[in-house]
Design a protein around this ligand. Structure first.
Ligand SMILES: Nc1ncnc2c1ncn2[C@@H]1O[C@H](COP(=O)(O)OP(=O)(O)OP(=O)(O)O)[C@@H](O)[C@H]1O
Ligand SMILES: [Mg+2]
Length: 692
């Protein structure tokens, strides 16, 4: 009989070994070795049909010196069936033929591993210990088998717990990734990495569904498909696209799983996994909620992106509006100053004799004033406060008109192509402004291609729907004429793109660009009721698309310019001059008096009405500033024309928001003089109005 201390220490050692050793086979081998050592026996084996792992486990320790063949001989004794169906006490002794020869090899016991609920294998012990009787020996085998069963149950529980922890971590990783503020592709990369890592997949991929084309493309991938990438072929994934159900393929080498990413019945993408071994049932069950979380996350990200784009557009529009107002008011003040500078220099030039060396200084002042006036004009164009003469014109005609100048402007290195595809390119706009718009865009394109390239100017009639226009702001759906200026130049990054329409934004060297080209374009497009769309990638060129509402009215030709004499003279006509800026007023009065007119000056509408009370004569002409403190110029004109129906009116302004002027709706008896003016332009306007 095996002495109790030895038996106790054997069982303790077995229990330790089963608990400590992570590899099941090594632990079982150690157990069998110890059994053989303690009982001086020579052969032991364990067969586990269900170890909780993937494949049956067979471990054998043979000290008989015979060569193998044991498992092969067990055909008649099916350990799996044996383990499942027979209570341990009824496990029969091995049949004679299965015992190995040799001294003391006549006794062998088989003990079932597991309990009645879960039989998973058998322990086989041959014993040569003379002092052990069969019952004792069987009892020892049963105890060892029980220890093995307990160890297996513990391992199973541990592995289930660790799998549950891994799946919980997977879920958490995916949720955290999708809740982060990162761009969608970064979030999906992290989801794919979590799937790859936590599910032990060789490759995890997330495909995005493009609804417009009905295609899928890989948005994120983690792991390396290696040679077994074949099951990742498009058709397999495409089948999920059609069926919208999970897809599973098990081949000799790998398992391929594809899961649709659905929100309600909309397919946002597909999740695919390539694994070396089948997924456990828990992992398979976890795939559906993980796929749902990814689908919902993708949808949320797309909605967030659209919202933030709209928000950015709104902010951009607000910013442009604010800059517009600021630059408009600066330009207004500047124009009054420039009116004085330009008029005074013109008057001085008249007075200085030829050959006077001071003439050059005055010419320099005049030249600088003119340059400042042209900059101010561009600012006004941006702030949509330039007085324009919109009429129905063909954009195709405008493009053809500027074609010649463009050729010279862009140089020989740039190949210019013009494609006028719009069969009807009528829009309502100021032709001069449209010419300037095309020139500004073309000059920018040339600057973006210092080593030459291609420049395409094209027109197209397009019908825009609400979906397209939603992104542009408040524009009515319908027919538009699109003018595109496309270059193959250096392109722009997103940061540059977000500033290009701001006045004075330029990336050109100091002195090379004022940064007013595109802000002028922006103002012109806005003033003409359209919008502009820019596409550009660094190194890949730029496309500027200008959309103007198509017009159905018939073409209106420009009124012929009236020929002006160079130095018009008056014959004592009475002019009422109303201007709040004292310097501008006195200068204009001086110019007019010098040319033979009688002038009554007033600093505002009320003063003007007052001054008429004293005068016995009806004025022939009212010259008034548009915007003044108190009643505006147009209000004053309305009032006086009721009293003096034949009164002519000349409005002056650096800019105006007034609809009469903005809409070009001045009557025959009215005119408009843009500030800053020169003595000749003022006198010319006055004369032509009085002559009507
Ligand atoms: N076709 C283009 N390709 C690349 N960048 C462009 C293009 N058009 C404009 N830009 C960028 O936009 C900026 C602003 O253009 P904008 O026409 O307003 O000013 P500018 O050309 O620098 O100066 P200006 O036109 O007043 O002489 C440019 O400096 C350039 O960085
Ligand atoms: Mg420019």
């Amino acid at each position: 009989m095996l002495r109790s201390p030895i038996r106790a220490s054997l069982l303790r050692a077995i229990s330790e070994s089963l608990a400590r050793e992570p590899c099941l086979e090594t632990a079982l081998e150690d157990v069998l070795e110890r059994c053989l050592d303690a009982t001086s026996s020579r052969f032991a084996a364990v067969y586990l049909a269900d170890s909780g792992g993937d494949a049956p486990v067979r471990v054998m320790v043979d000290r008989t010196g015979r060569s193998g063949g044991f498992w092969e001989q067990q055909g008649a004794l099916d350990p799996k069936a044996l383990a499942r169906s027979i209570p341990p006490s009824e496990v029969p002794p091995p049949p004679e033929g299965h015992l190995h020869g040799g001294p003391g090899a006549s006794r062998a016991v088989v003990a079932a591993i597991g309990d009645v609920h879960r039989r998973s294998g058998v322990l086989w012990l041959e014993c040569a210990h003379a002092e052990l009787d069969f019952d004792e020996w069987q009892a020892l085998a049963n105890t060892v088998a029980t220890q093995i069963a307990q160890a297996l149950a513990r391992r199973r529980t541990e592995s289930e717990l660790s799998e549950r922890a891994r799946l919980a971590t997977l879920f958490a990783d995916v949720s955290i990734a999708l809740a982060s503020g990162d761009p969608l592709t970064t979030c999906l990369d992290r989801c794919a990495a979590a799937l790859h890592h936590q599910l032990g997949a060789s490759v995890a991929r997330i495909w995005m569904h493009h609804e417009s084309t009905g295609t899928l493309s890989i948005a994120a991938s983690a792991g390396n498909p290696g040679r077994s990438a074949a099951p990742f072929a498009e058709p397999e994934v495409q089948s999920v696209l059609k069926e919208r159900r999970p897809f599973l393929r098990v081949s000799a080498e790998v398992v391929f799983v594809a899961h649709p990413l659905l929100v309600e019945d909309r397919l946002l993408g597909v999740l695919t996994l390539l694994t070396r071994a089948p997924l456990t049932s828990a992992a398979t069950a976890a795939l559906a909620p993980v796929a749902d979380a990814i689908a919902v996350g993708i949808e949320r990200k797309i909605v967030q992106k659209e919202q933030s784009e709209l928000q950015a557009q709104f902010l951009q529009a607000q910013k442009m509006e604010a800059i517009g107002q600021l630059s408009g008011s600066i330009a207004h003040d500047f124009n009054n100053l420039l009116a004085v500078i330009l008029s005074c220099s013109a008057l001085l030039l008249d007075e200085l004799p030829e050959g006077d060396r001071r003439r050059q200084d005055v010419l320099d002042i005049q030249h600088s004033g003119e340059r400042a006036a042209s900059l101010t004009r561009q600012l006004l164009a941006f702030s949509r406060k330039l007085v324009v003469e919109p009429r129905v014109i063909e954009i195709n005609e405008v493009v053809m008109n500027v074609q010649k100048i463009l050729g010279r402007l862009i140089g020989e290195d740039v190949e210019l192509r013009i494609r006028l595809n719009a069969h009807d390119s009528r829009v309502k706009a100021d032709p001069g402004q449209l010419e300037q718009l095309i020139m500004n865009l073309a000059v920018n394109a040339r600057d973006a291609m210092p080593a030459g390239g291609r420049l395409l100017i094209s027109t197209e009639r397009v019908t825009l729907d609400d979906k397209f226009l939603e992104k542009q702001g408040a524009f009515a759906a319908g027919p538009y004429v699109r003018t595109s200026v496309v270059d193959s130049g250096c392109g722009m990054d997103a940061e540059t793109r977000s500033h290009i329409f701001e006045p004075f934004f330029s990336t050109k060297a100091v002195g090379k660009g004022t940064g007013l080209g595109l802000s002028t374009v922006y103002g012109i497009v806005q003033q003409s009721g359209g919008f502009i769309h820019v596409e550009s990638t660094p190194g890949m060129g730029s496309s500027f698309h200008v959309y103007l509402p198509s017009s159905v009215e018939s073409i209106s030709r420009a009124p012929r310019a009236s020929s002006q004499r160079t130095s018009p003279q008056g014959c004592g006509e009475l002019i009422l001059l109303v201007e709040d800026e004292a310097r501008v007023r006195s200068l204009a009065a001086r110019i007019l008096r010098d040319r033979g007119y009688q002038v009554v000056e007033a600093s505002g509408a009320d003063a003007a009405i007052e001054s008429l009370k004293e005068s016995s004569r009806a004025p022939e002409l009212l010259i008034t500033d548009m915007v003044m403190p108190g009643p505006s110029g147009p209000d004053l004109a309305d009032l006086l024309r009721k009293r003096f129906p034949t009164l002519k009116v000349l409005f002056m302004s650096g800019h105006t928001d007034h609809p009469i002027v903005l809409g070009g709706a001045l009557g025959r008896a009215m005119g408009f003089l843009h500030k800053p003016f020169t003595p000749d332009t003022l006198a010319g306007k006055v004369q032509s109005l009085l002559a009507r």
